[in-house]
Design a protein around this ligand. Structure first.
Ligand code: CP
Length: 311
């Protein structure tokens, strides 16, 4: 694997390989000193043109646990503010000697452009509405952890699918691993065409909830909405929010997921996000181990994973 741009590039075998390796890094993360020397001497740079809490910190933690050096780039305090182009920024960073570039960008396709220019491995940490492959991998890992398998599981992805890179990557990964996916949203929050998407569609959350194993709530991406797609947020919550009443319609073993950041009280009720079957914190925790696996596969395959940090 040279880059990780789309989860679709991995195929079933590639996803399985990442998830299997993630088990090892979960074990490393549980050690008293959660660090291995696998990527000593490598440098990982985070190039984030959009805000992030989970993905940025998770990649940074993953790189450090693998003993890589890390560099952080923040648009707000960089020469992008003086007009520097993405290409010049990438060339500048590469000239300093980096082995991996983790990029988040508001434009779909930006990581592919960077991969075309850079010698370093490129990881897509979210590009516009398009893809968020490591989110999909950590979501698959979390579902396997709680439900054993994705094969035959019924997963509802609920909410703002139209603007969601998470939904696009999750549909690819979940269906590749054999899950049945239903998108649940008002028509205005679905993509204009779902041709080629291996999914069912519903506009009735109450009817879907008793039948599913996973309720995957999406954030209402108000920053990406350029037109009035909803009469009001209150009406959205009334029809599509996972309220306490609706959460009670789920089966006893069903889990609730959300990629974060959550709008508590909009797509998910504040108290539902904290129920025992809401595995949102597990998603974040697993994200570090999944990203360790991805960085290791890109930069360190063949190195010794075994020991703790030595000297
Ligand atoms: N899920 C996710 O991508 O969260 P951040 O925007 O905080 O990275």
């Amino acid at each position: 694997m040279r880059h990780l741009l789309s989860v679709g590039d991995l195929g079933v075998d590639g996803i399985d390989e990442v998830l299997k390796l993630t088990d090892s890094f979960v074990e490393v993360s549980e050690r008293a000193i959660p660090k291995v020397p696998a990527l000593r001497g490598k440098t990982v740079v985070s190039l984030f043109y959009e805000d992030s809490t989970r993905t940025r910190l998770s990649f940074e933690t993953a790189a450090k646990r693998l003993s890589a050096d890390t560099m952080n780039f923040t648009v707000g305090s960089s020469s992008v503010k003086k007009g520097e182009s993405l290409r010049d920024t990438v060339q500048t960073i590469e000239a300093m000697g980096v082995d991996a570039i983790v990029i988040r960008h508001g434009s779909a396709g930006a990581p592919w452009q960077v991969a075309g220019w850079a010698e370093a491995a490129v990881v897509n940490a979210g590009d516009g509405w398009h893809e968020h492959p490591t989110q999909a991998l950590l979501d698959c890992y979390t579902i396997r952890q709680h439900l054993g398998t994705l094969a035959g599981r019924r997963i509802a992805i609920v909410g703002d699918v139209k603007h969601s890179r998470v939904a696009r990557s999750d549909v690819l990964a979940f269906t590749a691993l054999g899950a049945e996916v239903t998108l649940v949203a008002p028509p205005t929050l679905l993509p204009p065409s779902l041709e080629g998407w291996p999914v069912e569609v519903s506009h009735d959350l109450d009817e879907i909830l008793p039948k599913i194993d996973v309720a995957y709530l999406l954030r209402m991406q108000r920053e990406r909405m350029t037109e009035a797609l909803l009469p009001s947020l209150r009406e959205y919550t009334a029809c599509f929010g996972l309220t306490r009443r609706r959460a009670a319609l789920l089966g006893a073993d069903a889990i609730v997921m959300h990629p974060g950041p959550m709008n508590r009280g909009v797509e998910i009720a504040a108290d539902v996000a904290d129920l025992p079957n809401a595995v949102i914190v597990d998603q974040v925790r697993n994200g570090v181990a999944v990203r360790m696996a991805v960085l290791f596969l890109l930069l360190g395959a063949g190195n010794d994973l075994g020991g703790n940090e030595r000297g």
